[in-house]
Design a protein around this ligand. Structure first.
Ligand SMILES: [Fe+2]
Length: 176
């Protein structure tokens, strides 16, 4: 879940793909109970500077990420929605099963649009499976060494702080 909650890794992990599309050091964070929304801007948002605010349509220039606590991520992208669902695996501590679905505005489809959506899905799977998740696995291995007892979140990662403090709160509540 953590990999969806900040953008400053874009130009480190995704320097040949997402880094070229999004600002990696700006974003919004709007909590709603245990859930929250993050919005990251595409570089194309600069086009709006020359327009009066009444004509601004920001949707083509952002990605909007809804974190539905504890295990669902809904990503609003230009012309479709991605739904990520994460479940415990057979070994609930060390294994998770992730299901990703891509929802398109029209029922699929002609050969041309199928190619378009397949390409979108391939890109998102390529980036996450080859760039995000290997780092997550490495980080988890690092935790198991016991070298570090605490994780400190910075002020530039409020979503991570919120998500993990909510998990801690829920676990503490369940033990009471
Ligand atoms: Fe990433």
């Amino acid at each position: 879940m953590d990999t969806f909650m900040e953008s400053y890794h874009f130009c480190v992990l995704h320097k040949d793909s997402i880094c070229n599309i999004f600002y990696h050091n700006l974003g919004t964070f709007d909590p709603a109970g245990d859930h929250f929304r993050l919005v990251f801007a595409r570089h194309s948002i600069e086009e709006l500077r020359d327009l009066p605010k009444t004509q601004w349509n920001i949707l083509p220039h952002i990605v909007s990420i809804y974190i539905l606590f504890p295990n669902v991520v809904l990503v609003w992208q230009l012309d479709h929605v991605e739904l990520w669902q994460i479940f415990p695996g057979n070994d609930p501590v060390n294994e998770t099963i992730m299901q990703v679905s891509l929802y398109t505005p029209e029922e699929c489809c002609s050969e041309k649009s199928k190619q378009h959506w397949d390409k979108n899905l391939e890109l998102v799977l390529h980036v996450t499976e080859n760039e995000d998740f290997p780092v997550g696995e490495g980080t988890q291995k690092g935790f198991y060494t016991g070298a570090q007892k605490n994780i400190t979140f910075g002020l530039n990662e409020p979503a991570l702080a919120k998500f993990h403090s909510t998990i801690t709160d829920k676990l503490n509540e369940s033990r009471e």
